[in-house]
Design a protein around this ligand. Structure first.
Ligand SMILES: NC(=O)c1ccc[n+]([C@@H]2O[C@H](COP(=O)([O-])OP(=O)(O)OC[C@H]3O[C@@H](n4cnc5c(N)ncnc54)[C@H](OP(=O)(O)O)[C@@H]3O)[C@@H](O)[C@H]2O)c1
Length: 253
């Protein structure tokens, strides 16, 4: 049997891992054999329901509440990571935030909180987790189309994702000799709670659907499958790459 996609026995940390794309990734990694630590910050109901779903399937998913933009939250998370004796094999950064507004309505406060979670928390966690990683580890950062294209009213999130993708490339080169691979995963539009915050979400989702050669949105399963691939030995040749999983939506001119 081909086992290169297996994550059997690997310890994984997934930030923003209890809702939306992060939740799908937590479940996918656990179903592939990983021992998952899923992080969230506020929505205890979603966290509890993930716990129940994992228990029903006999999956190894532990939940950790921690605001990874705060020193206290980072310390809390690291205490939980340290409590396990085995090294970490997988780190997936899904947690993200941001506002969607025209530039004159954006504030520096919004700039700071967007970059604090989307970029700085990723850097801080990689920094703190470095001594914990096993020799054959994988780091995956969730990016988006706004990293490389101008999406309307997406200035702050887009710029933060651009920074994130650049950081991925730099870390990939520096960490490869330690056996740590770093990549980004850039999904197409997927209906998650994040979309509910957008005033014109229906129009944007209809637009995303029409851009797709398949005439549909990307699915959670498609992104979670790609995350498993990037975390597994099936992708050992992929380093510092941004894997786009959007069903071909960005092909059209
Ligand atoms: N949905 C899309 O169409 C799409 C497309 C391209 C890329 N992406 C990227 O995919 C990733 C996941 O997106 P999503 O739509 O699934 O997001 P989501 O549904 O909004 O979930 C965000 C997650 O991040 C957690 N989080 C927020 N602030 C945090 C903090 N300070 N500390 C720790 N955790 C925090 C949330 O925790 P709580 O549950 O406690 O609030 C939640 O679990 C993001 O990086 C996003 O940019 C999404």
């Amino acid at each position: 049997m081909n086992t290169v996609f297996s994550l059997q026995g690997k310890r994984a940390l997934v930030t923003g891992g209890t809702r939306g794309i992060g939740r799908a990734i937590s479940l996918q990694l656990a179903r592939a054999g990983a021992i998952v630590l899923a992080n969230y910050v506020r929505d205890s109901e979603s966290a509890e329901s993930l716990k129940q779903e994992a228990a029903a399937e006999n999956l190894s998913i532990e939940i950790i509440r921690a605001d990874i933009t705060s020193e206290k939250g980072l310390e809390r998370l690291m205490t939980t990571v340290d409590a396990a004796e085995a090294p970490l094999g997988i780190f997936v950064h899904c947690a993200a935030t941001g506002v969607h507004r025209p530039v004159e309505e954006l504030t520096l406060r919004q700039y700071d909180w967007t970059f604090a979670l989307n970029v700085r928390a990723f850097f801080e966690l990689v920094h703190r987790l470095l001594p914990k990683f096993a020799a054959n580890s994988s780091i995956v950062a969730l990016s988006s189309e706004g990293a490389v294209r101008a999406v309307p009213h997406y200035t702050l999130v887009g710029a933060s994702k651009g920074a994130l993708e650049s950081m991925v490339r730099h870390l990939a080169v520096e960490l490869a000799p330690r056996g740590i691979r770093v990549n980004a995963l850039s999904p197409g539009s997927i209906i998650t709670d994040a979309w509910k915050a957008l005033p014109d979400s229906e129009r944007r989702l209809a637009e995303a659907t029409s851009q797709s050669p398949f005439g549909r949105l990307t699915s959670l399963a498609e992104v979670a499958n790609a995350a498993q691939f990037l975390c597994s030995d099936a992708s050992t040749g992929i380093v510092g790459h941004t894997l786009v999983v959007d069903g071909g939506s960005r092909i059209r001119a």
